[in-house]
Design a protein around this ligand. Sequence first.
Ligand code: C5P
Length: 295
Amino acid sequence: MKFLSPAKINLYLKVICRRTDGYHSLETLFERVSLCDEITISAVKGNIRFSCSDPALPKDSTNLAYRAALLLRNRFNVRNGARIHLKKRIPVAAGLGGGSSNAATVLLGLNKVWRLKLSQQTLLELAAELGSDVPFFILNTSFALAESRGEKLCVYKPAERAKIWHCLVKPPFGISTKEAYGALKAPICPKSRKSSDSLTLQKANAKMLLHSIHEGRSNDLSKLLTNSLEVIQNNRVATILKIKEKLIQCGAIGSLMSGSGSTVFGIFRTRKEAQQAARFFQKKKDWRVFIASTF
Ligand code: C5P
């Protein structure tokens, strides 16, 4: 069976505070986008056999997709094995959630292939064990608000028709998530934080943001598109800021770094405008450029 494994971008990402468990508490709006890897899974006798189109990616348990298969097999005492092949398009260390999405797709795929009939709740819990961004990809939704370390989710359904066009630009360098958070000097989290208040505020924020995109109000949008992780150290931040600026010059109504980077996305009114911007960045050697829309 073949499964699509989509990327995500974060339309905003606010790091609130540093927790004592090594994670950060955050608020973010996830958007699932149409840039996809492809995962083929078939049931076989024996063990898990994992292969990948990208020779640079690890094929052992340091690969999150492989780890997802092992977790599922061990937790539910599955005797069957599986052959899993990952066709990679989403760049790694890019802030696009590629690895997290692959892990979620393997959980969803094996649940079908092995006929485990696990509930969405169980899959969400397994996903949260694998990584903070994995649960989002278990939900079958284009948008979700997240808090805590990113695993506490609320499906978001925009009022307006919400297909957004993007040009995604990944410079030659990647950024590790751990490093991006490590560079932040966020305050330690207070003992009690009311998450229900923050969810109400987040819903209002998301509504304003998507409305500004729908209406093409770039001034309002620029205030709403924020990412606390854009302050990455050393000269990489200069490149990120240049891409953001260039995307705006190329006609984007807004631009932002996605997640922990290094991909920067532009928001465009039409596919054609996104393609025009892509043409500029495609000239650069070793840069990866994609057109993607809400998925
Ligand atoms: O959850 P995940 O394994 O993807 O996180 C990778 C690293 O990113 C963590 O070890 C942590 O250093 C950082 N992180 C964080 N706060 C989050 C998510 C990730 O500090 N909410």
